[in-house]
Design a protein around this ligand. Structure first.
Ligand code: GLY
Length: 368
């Protein structure tokens, strides 16, 4: 299998409106034209970004947006999960109110998952909903969080506790931004990418393994292909189940244990690194239940290493992890919807995974 050519425009259908395009570009240069198609001419746009991304790309994006919009405002908050708060949403509302934003105006999220989620939530709630555009700059945001309309902020120690489904009007992806992404952030996106392959598409999983070198070099064509492929998989899932009543939950492969580790490690590890650890746990249970064989389990585990992702951790007990998953359980009608693999490329929802199985799976990853 070659690199494959990337689908550069993917349309996502949504209930009740026209849907939106995900467009893959080689720069920010086509942004003004895309905004014009959405009726952005003569409107106000507020670009929301974080302190890391703004330093690199805010000026370029602002110039592009100014080529279409009548007024461009900016709102930049400190980078990091700690910023994903209602307090920052409130500050953003203040900027919008002061600048006189009305229901026809736009927000534009320039950044990773935190920026996209927070901006989307502000867009969902300001004046009961205004339009917003996702311009994701991390691999994780490009392949996952910018598509599908999940928006929200954290509340106290609870991740994504307050949120809404609110679909973007456009997802504009500039592929070359991946070149400047720090190693750790790139690996984090790879954690989610491997998840797509393992859960939905074994051929894509094998493709990633075969193209490890090009992926590591961040070869432009390879990046475009893999981002496009993930967006197509995500489109397929969110069109079928926009609000996670069913199969969208399969996107949470690796997330039950992953979220628990993320929280217990106080967000010191990236999201994708935690998902990668959760993937090992879920693959282990799938092996123990006879769905995967031993070689498949070890291949899944060891591929993490190949892509700069962890296979072990220290400093947290099995009990603490099981305890943390109980919170998810409480929030989901008293059931843990654990995602397992029937085989490579075929995930399913198991509601009967026991705490004993989870403990055993976690034990295989403990480094202390
Ligand atoms: N990131 C999982 C979802 O969008 O459902």
């Amino acid at each position: 299998m070659g690199k494959g050519s990337a689908e550069r425009r993917i349309h996502v259908k949504t209930a009740g409106d026209a849907g939106y395009d995900i467009c893959l570009q080689d720069s920010f240069g086509a942004l003004a034209g895309e905004l014009a198609k959405l009726g952005c001419e003569g409107r106000r746009v507020c670009i929301v970004s974080d302190s890391n991304v703004a330093g690199r790309y805010l000026e370029a994006v602002k110039q592009e947006v100014a080529g279409c919009a009548a007024q461009v405002e900016t709102f930049v908050f400190p980078a990091g999960e700690e910023s994903k708060t209602l307090a920052n949403v409130q500050e953003l509302y203040e900027v919008l109110i002061r600048a006189g934003f009305d229901r026809k105006d736009f927000l534009l999220a320039l950044g990773g998952g935190v920026v996209g989620d927070l901006t989307g939530y502000a867009a969902a709630t300001y004046l009961r909903g205004i339009r917003f555009i996702q311009v994701p700059t991390t691999l994780l945001a490009q392949i996952d969080s910018s598509v599908g309309g999940k928006t929200g902020v954290d509340f106290d120690q609870y991740k994504n506790m307050v949120g809404a489904f609110h679909q973007p009007s456009l997802v504009y992806i500039s592929i070359p931004v991946l070149r400047t992404l720090p190693e750790e952030q790139f690996a984090s996106g790879m954690g989610e990418l491997l998840k797509y392959g393992l859960s939905f598409d074994a051929e894509f999983y094998e493709w990633a393994i075969e193209h490890m070198e090009e992926i590591e070099e961040r070869d432009a064509e390879t990046m475009a292909y893999m981002v496009s492929k993930c967006c197509q998989l995500k489109k397929y899932i969110v069109e079928k189940d926009p609000t996670e009543k069913g199969d969208r939950a399969l996107l949470n492969f690796g997330h039950t244990v992953g979220h628990a580790i993320e929280k217990l490690k106080h967000f010191e590890l990236t999201h994708g690194a935690c998902v990668a650890l959760g993937t090992v746990a879920a693959a282990y249970i799938s092996w123990q239940r006879g769905y995967l064989d031993e070689d498949e389990f070890y291949e899944i585990r060891d591929m993490n290493v190949g892509f700069g992702l962890p296979i072990s951790f220290d400093g947290i007990t099995e009990d603490a992890i099981v305890e943390a998953t109980r919170h998810d359980k409480k929030m989901d009608g008293g059931k843990i919807r654990f995602i397992l693999l029937k085989k490579l490329g075929k995930a399913f929802i198991a509601e009967d995974v026991t705490e004993k199985e989870m403990r055993e799976a976690v034990r295989t990853m403990k480094a202390d």
